[in-house]
Write a protein that binds this ligand. Structure first.
Ligand SMILES: C[S@@+](CC[C@H](N)C(=O)[O-])C[C@H]1O[C@@H](n2cnc3c(N)ncnc32)[C@H](O)[C@@H]1O
Length: 225
């Protein structure tokens, strides 16, 4: 079973880093997030919520089921949810094993998470398992640049210090390929490029993956609040 090892120094460092840098990154991501996170339902499951970068896309009064195993993120995440007026159901678990019932969820969201999980295919299988038929997985993620480009060269060159600093993050993943192979009925993907100083991270995708509608739902299944 996949586990997440909280690092004594890098856990708190990343919590502080994403609190400080988040608003800068958010400036570039906002137009894409506004599209894919538009009209979120009143209850949303988020994998890898971090310190709450996506809370502004939830309406006050809604519920966020946050699957976040990195405990140093929790204090800031709770405070951000309070500020937004969102009810937080925080689960100290990995996205590979959320513990949520089959077919119980209308919508799963993530941003900048599939780069860091140990196995994106395992996480996407879990997302598929918990989504109800016709449910959506909405994502904004960073991916490998096109082969042969300077950005791709840089992503390769910095892979070790980058992964060390950002707790396993890889800038070399073909996540569009992973999403298309994950058994969704339809996957709409928009590639885009940010213009931040963090060049290896600037090649991104955003979009929506739709669970098939013809699967059996689980009668009575739902998230236990
Ligand atoms: C780069 S941060 C992004 C945080 C936030 N989504 C954002 O956009 O700012 C990656 C997040 O994924 C979380 N994470 C890493 N491995 C995970 C796993 N296996 N399951 C769930 N979350 C995970 C980390 O703890 C961290 O909060």
């Amino acid at each position: 079973m996949t586990t997440f090892e909280v690092h004594r120094a890098r856990g708190p460092f990343n919590a502080a880093f994403f609190s400080a840098i988040g608003p800068i990154i958010e400036g570039g991501l906002r137009p894409y997030k506004e599209r894919v996170f538009a009209d979120l339902p009143r209850t949303v499951v988020e994998i890898g919520s971090g310190v709450g970068a996506n809370l502004p896309y939830l309406l006050p009064g809604s519920t966020l089921v946050a699957v976040e195993p990195n405990v140093p993120m929790h204090r800031r995440l709770r405070a951000a949810a309070d500020r937004r007026g969102v009810q937080l159901d925080l689960r100290d678990r990995v996205a590979e094993s959320t513990g949520l019932p089959d077919g119980s969820v209308d919508c799963v969201i993530s941003s900048l998470v599939l780069c860091t999980v140990s196995e994106p295919a395992g996480v996407l299988a879990e997302v598929r398992r918990i989504l109800r038929p016709g449910g959506t997985y909405r994502f904004v993620e960073h991916v490998a640049a096109r082969a042969g480009t300077p950005t791709r060269f840089l992503q390769r060159a910095v892979r070790r210090p980058w992964a060390w600093t950002f707790e396993g993050c890889s800038c070399e993943r073909d996540l569009a390929g992973s999403l298309r192979a994950a058994g969704f009925a339809r996957v709409d993907i928009e590639p885009h490029r940010l213009h931040t100083p963090f060049v290896p991270f600037n090649t991104q995708i955003s979009g929506v993956a739709h669970a098939p509608v013809d699967e059996l739902s689980v009668p009575g299944a739902g998230i236990d609040p």
